[in-house]
Design a protein around this ligand. Sequence first.
Ligand code: FE
Length: 263
Amino acid sequence: MNQDLPVSQAEEHRSAFNRRDFLGITAATVAVAAVGDLALPKQAYAAAMSTPIPATLPDLPWPDSALAPVISANTLSFHYGKHHRGYLTNLNALLADETSRVAQKLKGKSLEEVMFATYKRMDHTAVKIYRNAAQVFNHDFYWKSLSPTGGGEPGGEIAGMINSAFGDFNTFKTMLIDMATNQFGTGWAWVAIDNRKKIKILGTNDADNSLTLHRMVPLLTIDVWEHAYYLDYQNLRKNHVTAVVDKLLNWEFANQNLANLNR
Ligand code: FE
C-alpha cells in the first residue's frame, strides 16, 4: 500500500460530509464547498465542472477494435455498448422524472454539478442519480484515458511531475499497477492532482471518483470493475492492468488535463 496516499484525507472528507448532512446544510452548499476545496485556479473549476450531460452516448475516440489485443472489441461492445450506455440511459430517465423533487432541482446542471449535488445524500433517488452520473463521468474519462498509441513513458509536463513526486517513472508505474490490481471489489484507479499540484495515485470504490471522494482533478483513470477485463483476462486483473499501463495509457490526454489547469 502506498503510504503517500491521502487515505486519512479521504476519511476527513467523509466526516465533513457526514457533519454537513447532520447539520442539515443543503446539497447546494455542499456542492459549493466541494468545488472550493479543490483550491485550483478559477479556470480549472470551470474546466472541471462544465461537462454537459449527453442525451445520447458519445462516440468512442477510436474504432472498437483499436485497443486489441489489450482490450478486445468483444469486451468493448459490452463495456461501452451495454454498461456505459446503461448508466447514461438510467441517468437521463432519472433526471427526466417530473415527479421527482430531487430531479427537478438538478435541471440544467452539468454532469459534475449533478455528481457533487447528489454525493452522500440519503435520499434514495439522489443515491441512484449519483451512482449513474458518476459512472457516466468515469467511463467518458476512461475512454479518453486510453489510446491505441498510448503506454510507455510519458513526455511533457507530467513526466517531470511524476519524477518529482515518485522519484522515477518505474516507481510510479509499479505503484499505479499495485493500486489498480489491489483495489478491493469494483472500483477505479486514478492519477490525479491535489491542491498543491502534486501527482497522486488513488483508488475509489464503486462509482466514486477522484473529484467526489478526494476533491482532486483527475488526469487519467483505469476501470477495474470486472466488466472491464473479465471476458479477456478472467480473474487475472493484474495482467490486464499491466497491459493497459504498458500499451494504452494516454499520456497526451493527461498533459492536456494539466494544461487546462494552467490556463
Ligand atoms: Fe466500466
